[in-house]
Design a binder for this molecule. Structure first.
Ligand code: SAH
Length: 406
C-alpha cells in the first residue's frame, strides 16, 4: 500500500532546477515548476520529471508555502510506503547511534529536517517525550504514519506536535494547528525532565523556545565546562542555564546567568535545583541578572566587574538577508562589551545561530573587533554543528562558535 499519499501530482521542473535537485538541494520554488497536471493540495506527493519526462524524484507538495515542493527522494523511481519511511528514519538514527545508546543523554535531535533528507520535519527527543516540529502543513496528512513509525522504533510515552512560527502565523494555517498539542500519549501538565551528559534539565515542549531547549549547544557546553574549574563565569543570553550548569558541574567558583526573560531565569534556577545532588553544583555560587544583555554588560563594566570566562550566545540577529550588516554590528558591540568584562588571559566564547551570516564572516567580525579595541584574541577553537544537527545543504548551516583567549 502506498503510504505517503492518497494523491499524486505530476510536476515538470525547469532545467536549472532539475540540476539543483539532482545535486541534492531539497527545495523547489514556484519558478522551478515548468508545469503540473493539477493544482494539488498540501501533502500530495509530487512526482518530479524533467522536460523529457525522465523521472527526477518525489517531493512533498505545499501550495501554501513559498517552498512549493520539498524533495524526499531522488534517483530511481520508488514507492514511498511505510517501509520506505521506516528505513529512512532508521538510517537517520544510525548516524546518532552513540547518542541513542547513551543513557546519560536523553535529550537530542532525532531528525533534523532537510539536513537529514526529511525536509520540513524536525523531531526532538526529551526523555520519553518526542516533539514533532513541522515547517510545512504538508506533513499533516502523513502524521499517523509518522507516529506509527516513531512509536514502533522508540516506544515513546508521548508525542507533542508543534508548527513553526512562520507556518502558524500564516493566514492559511488552520486554527487547530496554531497551538502545540499532544497527539499521542497522556497530556503534558508541566515540564519534561531529561538528561544531557548526566545533568538534569527541564524542557517545556509546548511553550518553550525551539522545541523546549537549545539542544544544538551540547558539545559547546562540554567545552565551556572544561574551561570553568575554579573560574568566575558570565553566561550572557543564558536562557534556561545550559552553559551555566556545565560550568557549575565542573566546579566553577561562580556562574552569572544573564537573560532578558524572567521565565528563562526562573527555569535556570529550577535546573540548578534539579542537580543539587552534584557537590560541585551545590558549591557554585549561581548569580542571576534579568536584564538586557547590552545594558547589563555596560553596567558590569562600569562597576569594573571581571570574569574569567564570558559566553555570548544571542538569538539570531539576521532573520533575512537585509539584516546582515546590522547583525554584524550587533555581534561587534557584544564582543566589545564582553571583552570589557573579561579578565586578561580569560576566555571569550562567542556563538552565532544566524544562518544568513557565514561562519568565516562571523569569526572575522569577532577577531577584528577584538583587534580594534586593542584586545587581540588567540583563537583556541572554532566549532560548528554536533552530530545530531548535521549540515545537509548550504542553508542548513547556522551554528558557529569561537573560543578565544585574550
Ligand atoms: N545560550 C542558551 C540559548 C540562548 S537563546 C542555551 O544554551 O540554552 C537566546 C536567549 O536570549 C533567550 O533566552 C532570550 O530570552 C534571550 N534574549 C533575547 N534578547 C535578549 C537581550 N536583549 N538581552 C538579554 N537576553 C536576551
Amino acid at each position: 500500500m502506498s503510504l505517503l499519499s492518497t494523491n499524486n501530482i505530476s510536476v515538470q521542473l525547469t532545467a536549472p532546477v532539475v540540476r539543483t535537485v539532482k545535486k541534492g538541494h531539497p527545495w523547489i520554488f514556484d519558478k522551478g515548476i515548468h508545469k503540473q497536471n493539477k493544482p494539488g493540495t498540501p501533502g500530495d506527493l509530487a512526482i518530479l520529471y524533467d522536460q523529457k519526462r525522465n523521472f527526477v524524484g518525489i517531493g512533498l507538495f505545499d501550495p501554501l508555502s513559498p517552498i512549493k515542493i520539498r524533495v524526499l527522494h531522488r534517483g530511481k523511481p520508488a514507492t514511498l510506503d511505510t517501509e520506505w519511511l521506516k528505513s529512512k528514519i532508521q538510517q537517520i538514527f544510525y548516524v546518532r547511534k552513540e547518542l541513542i545508546n547513551d543513557p546519560m543523554t536523553t535529550g537530542y535531535r532525532l531528525v533534523s529536517g532537510e539536513n537529514d533528507g526529511m525536509p520540513g520535519l524536525v523531531v526532538d527527543r526529551y526523555s520519553d517525550t518526542l516533539v514533532f516540529k513541522l515547517d510545512t502543513v504538508a506533513w499533516m496528512p502523513h502524521l499517523d504514519q509518522l507516529k506509527s513509525v516513531f512509536c514502533s522504533l522508540l516506544e515513546p510515552e508521548r508525542i507533542v506536535l508543534r508548527i513553526s512560527r512562520t507556518v502558524a502565523t500564516a493566514p492559511t494555517c488552520p486554527d487547530h494547528l496554531k497551538k502545540a498539542s499532544v497527539i499521542f500519549g497522556p497530556p503534558l501538565d508541566g515540564p519534561v525532565i531529561f538528561l544531557e551528559n548526566g545533568l538534569k534539565f527541564e524542557a517545556e515542549p509546548i511553550i518553550g523556545q525551539k522545541t523546549g531547549f537549545f539542544l544544538d549547544q551540547r558539545d559547546n557546553r562540554v567545552r565551556v565546562g572544561e574551561l570553568s574549574r575554579g573560574k568566575n563565569v558570565l553566561n550572557v543570553f543564558s536562557y534556561t542555564g545550559g552553559f551555566s550548569l556545565y560550568a557549575a558541574s565542573n566546579a566553577a567558583k561562580s556562574v552569572t546567568s544573564l537573560d532578558l526573560s524572567q521565565p528563562a531565569i526562573d527555569a535556570s534556577v529550577r535546573n540548578f535545583t534539579l542537580n543539587l545532588h552534584n557537590p560541585n553544583i551545590a558549591k557554585t555560587q549561581h548569580l542571576l541578572l534579568c536584564d538586557d544583555a547590552f545594558d547589563a554588560m555596560r553596567k558590569l563594566a562600569n562597576e569594573r566587574k571581571k570574569y574569567d570566562v564570558v559566553i555570548l550566545d544571542p538569538p539570531s540577529f539576521a532573520k533575512k538577508q537585509a539584516d546582515i550588516p546590522e547583525a554584524l554590528i550587533a555581534y561587534g558591540r557584544l564582543v566589545k562589551l564582553g571583552l570589557k568584562v573579561l579578565k586578561k588571559g580569560g576566555v571569550l566564547v562567542s556563538a552565532s545561530c544566524s544562518a544568513r551570516v557565514p561562519a568565516e564572516t562571523f569569526f572575522n567580525t569577532v577577531i577584528r573587533t577584538a583587534e580594534a579595541v586593542k584586545s587581540p584574541l588567540q583563537v583556541l577553537e572554532k566549532t560548528t554543528h554536533a552530530v545530531d544537527h548535521p549540515i545537509g545543504f548550504l542553508e542548513g548551516a547556522y551554528l558557529k562558535c569561537i573560543f578565544a583567549k585574550t
